[in-house]
Design a binder for this molecule. Structure first.
Ligand SMILES: C[S@@+](CC[C@H](N)C(=O)[O-])C[C@H]1O[C@@H](n2cnc3c(N)ncnc32)[C@H](O)[C@@H]1O
Length: 355
């Protein structure tokens, strides 16, 4: 057993300092959700430096609650406090992360994902004992909303601008006519972005989760996008033929990713391609012992592994499978002739596969 005599003080201080930072972040989860959903970051950004009383006037919210919330946010360095005039404001960088939904680093929705993981904890904890899965549809309802909101800024900023152009010949094909299947599309954010960017192409979104497809259809009905349709469909049963098949953050969630990729290979038109977007990861655990790997291993424990284990085969690749494992699966197990990295962001690995 470890005794105090064997404790290295410096290591202990470093560990405690890190854990205190983390606890501050964990305690902030509901506060960031409140700030986002009540429009507090936006109000601070749009109206400039304000006292808590001024913010209360602007928003019609209670000053005492706002004062405490503002103090916590300033202590987190999510907003800025000027003691000379008792006002709170947001720097351009703080705005970029908390108040601008179109920025590629709009991270506020990620706190909603953390809340959903916590909500799901009892059933995932039970699954540790039984080894069984927890189906995507049995997780808390807002998990799919939280995931859709978390990934949206990445798709908004990269999908049409750089990911699709990184796959030779596909932008041109979709601009003329062409067809896209977005497999495991969830709420269909990526599907909608592609349908709007390529109005001459037919764009179909598929997901086996009924409620997600309902949300996707609701969202599509609010916009006029005649070339977009959503379908409830298991990936392994994808119907039809397509020029581009996309898979955003879903391959590793599937119970039978090899079976899904085999079907998808057969659903490609000649000259077609598959774009597989997976969480950024190195090939080994030690490569992933960093802030992004830490987030994704945690998400994978709470969501990705349970989702896969709840399905037939239960391959449970995990969110940090890494490029080598994914390419091996796609080429050697599912029979694609070609698979390589087409693009990347700090959060995403974008693979292109050809039949
Ligand atoms: C992490 S979410 C990603 C959703 C969406 N692509 C996005 O990026 O926002 C994973 C999605 O894969 C779907 N999924 C998992 N296994 C599936 C399967 N075998 N067939 C079809 N969809 C599946 C889930 O329902 C869920 O919507």
């Amino acid at each position: 057993m470890t005794t105090e005599a064997t404790i290295n003080e410096e290591s202990l201080h470093t560990l405690i300092g890190g854990v205190l930072q983390d606890l501050g972040g964990a305690f902030s989860v509901p506060l960031v959700q409140i700030g986002e959903s009540l429009g507090l970051y936006r109000a601070l950004h749009e109206n400039g430096a304000q006292t808590s009383a001024e913010l209360a006037m602007k928003t019609g919210l209670n000053e005492r609650y706002l004062r405490e919330w503002l103090s916590a946010q300033a202590a987190s360095n999510y907003i800025t406090y000027d003691s000379a005039n008792n006002r709170f404001s947001m720097t351009p960088e703080q705005t970029f992360v908390f108040a601008n939904p179109d920025s590629p680093f709009y991270l506020a929705p990620a706190f909603g994902s953390a809340a959903a993981f916590q909500h799901n904890m009892p059933q995932v904890k039970d699954a540790f004992r039984t080894g069984e899965g927890v189906a995507w549809g049995d997780q808390t309802e807002c998990l799919s909303c939280a995931v859709a909101r978390f990934f949206r800024p990445g798709y908004q900023n990269h999908l049409v601008q750089s990911w699709i152009p990184s796959i030779e010949g596909i932008s041109e094909k979709l601009s003329e006519n062409g067809s896209v299947a977005d497999v495991g599309c969830g709420h269909g954010i990526s599907t909608m972005i592609m349908a709007q960017a390529f109005p001459n192409a037919r764009v179909d979104g598929f997901d086996f989760h009924e409620k997600s497809i309902e949300e996707a259809r609701k969202h599509a009905n609010q916009h006029e996008v005649p070339n977009l349709t959503f379908h409830i469909q298991e990936a392994k049963e994808l119907p039809g033929k397509y020029d581009l098949i996309t898979m955003f953050d879903c391959l590793h969630d599937m119970g039978d990713p090899v079976g899904a990729m085999k079907t998808i290979r057969g659903a490609l038109n000649p000259g077609g391609a598959v774009m597989i977007v997976e969480p950024m990861a190195g090939d080994s655990l030690e490569d992933n012992l960093n802030p992004v790997g830490r987030m994704y291993y945690s998400a994978s424990t709470m969501v990705c592994v349970p989702t896969s284990l709840a399905q037939e085969t239960g391959a449970a690749l995990g969110a940090q499978a890494g490029e080598k494992r994914l390419r091996d699966l796609i080429v050697n197990e599912a029979g694609f002739s070609y698979c390589s990295r087409a693009a990347e962001t700090p959060f995403n690995l974008i693979l292109e596969a050809r039949a």
